[in-house]
Design a protein around this ligand. Structure first.
Ligand SMILES: [Zn+2]
Length: 156
């Protein structure tokens, strides 16, 4: 079955509609160009066609594209705190059973997104995320990227 790529069209339509409603209010075209540039960077680093990358981003986008598309959500895969894995299994193997450092209480959490330490409920997807102490994981097989607490195994 041929995969239909509607994500980019959906994004273009959203940009067009905003431009008509509030012309010159935001740099809509700059944002669109940024998305394409960033998706092409992902293609270069992962071998996944950039339109499929945008498709996935659009599938997961549940708020305005002007806020959704930014370095914090789609970082360069060459950034220091970004790790790319082929599969979820590869990621799990790399992380092992050692847990993750919570950026808030600095304890070792059993979960990568929600601290499991006593009296701490910090979440990597909350307003302050991992306060710059986490890592961004991109899984090629699912085409999904997420910011998580730093795996204990990753720290030397
Ligand atoms: Zn904690």
């Amino acid at each position: 079955m041929k995969i239909e790529l509607k994500g980019f069209e959906r994004l273009q339509a959203a940009v067009k509609s905003d431009e008509e409603k509030e012309p010159n209010f935001y740099d809509y075209q700059d944002k669109l160009a940024w998305v394409v540039d960033r998706a092409k960077h992902y293609q270069e680093k992962t071998g996944i066609p950039y339109l499929e990358i945008i498709e996935k981003w659009e599938e997961n986008r549940d708020y305005w594209y002007m806020n959704y598309y930014q370095d914090a959500n789609q970082p360069l895969l060459t950034d220091e705190n970004v790790c790319v894995f082929d599969t979820v299994d590869d990621f799990k193997k790399a992380v092992g059973q050692d847990g993750f450092y919570c950026p808030k209480c600095e304890g070792i959490s059993k979960k990568p997104y929600e601290c499991t330490c006593e009296k701490c409920d910090w979440k990597s997807y909350g307003l302050f995320r991992t306060m710059g102490k986490g890592v961004y994981i991109f899984i090629k097989s699912t085409m999904l990227g997420n910011e998580i607490f730093e795996p204990v195994k990753f720290r030397r």
